[in-house]
Design a protein around this ligand. Structure first.
Ligand SMILES: [Zn+2]
Length: 287
């Protein structure tokens, strides 16, 4: 399958690529992938129905939920499957100079905002999001009712390891473990007694730095602009390839006025109704 030209970085642009690969009986396939480096900023009231976090990792999670909905609608389960996350470069938040300011309102746990020039983005850096997924899973809050346990990555593979000194496994691992949040020991005790059986705080996938994946288009270059558009791809029903192209947080080719009518398939509203439908089918089935 080949993605069309639409949404791909133009010449002299770079983007990040994130993908979820599923391993089943030693067979590997891509369940979903996304590109993207941007955050949509602006007045909050004008950002309804707009995707704010358009970094590849975050868009990939939306695509994964689409994949999962169809996977479950077709009666499949996730038992026996292994999940691997590929990112074409270190996620934002790991390397000092690509870090965003720490969210002051959230000082207790010190969530980093997304880095970037221009207006500040309120969303957490990708590495903080991955740290959260290591605890709560990648399936999202509502789908946990169906997966029964959080879907965690067995491994995370980082590509484009050309900046060798910075591809430091220790540093990346430190960013991904809960210790960095230095949770108050008293609070920690409460958390431990109630939810850590289901959501252990110390899980970290195996981390791999792939030196063979070298695609300059998928790595940050200071001299070159980041691509404005993002491609989101996922598989439905095993073989149907679905694509959304996101520009400025909404569907490519749609004006801001049309945003509520011409929704992305990965928009919050569409995902909500997908999951509602899945719950309805499951309920009928279980009765
Ligand atoms: Zn990011």
């Amino acid at each position: 399958y080949s993605l069309g030209k639409s949404g791909k970085p133009r010449e002299a642009e770079w983007t990040t690529l994130a993908a979820v690969v599923i391993e089943e009986d030693n067979r590997f396939y891509v369940a979903c992938l996304a590109t993207g480096t941007k955050c949509t900023t602006g007045e909050r009231s004008k950002l309804q129905n707009v995707i704010i976090d358009c970094h590849a990792e975050s868009l990939c999670k939306r695509a994964f939920k689409k994949f999962l909905c169809h996977h479950f609608l077709n009666g499949h389960s996730v038992d026996g499957l292994k999940f691997h996350l590929f990112i074409s470069q270190l996620p934002c938040g790991v390397i000092e100079r690509y870090r965003g300011a720490v969210d002051k309102d959230n000082e207790q746990i010190g969530i980093q905002r997304k880095p970037g020039k221009g207006e500040k983005c309120e969303k957490a850096s990708c590495v903080d999001k991955i740290a959260k997924w290591n605890i709560l899973g990648f399936q999202g809050r509502r789908l946990l009712a169906i997966t029964k346990k959080p879907i965690k990555f067995d491994s995370i593979v980082i590509g484009n390891c050309t900046e060798k000194p910075e591809y430091n496994g220790k540093r990346f691992r430190a960013c991904l473990t809960i210790d960095k949040y230095q949770i108050d020991p008293n609070q920690n005790k409460i958390i431990k007694s109630e939810i850590t059986n289901m959501f252990p705080l110390n899980y970290c996938p195996s981390l791999h730095f792939n030196e063979n994946f070298r695609e300059s288009i998928f790595t940050r270059r200071e001299s070159v602009n980041a691509s404005n558009s993002a491609i989101v791809f996922w598989k439905e029903n095993g073989s149907t390839n679905m694509v959304d192209v996101v520009v400025n947080g909404f569907k490519q080719g749609v004006t801001r006025k049309e945003v509520t009518k011409k929704l992305l398939r990965i928009s919050k509203q569409t995902l909500t109704s997908d999951i509602d439908r899945l719950f309805d089918v499951k309920k009928d089935h279980d009765l």
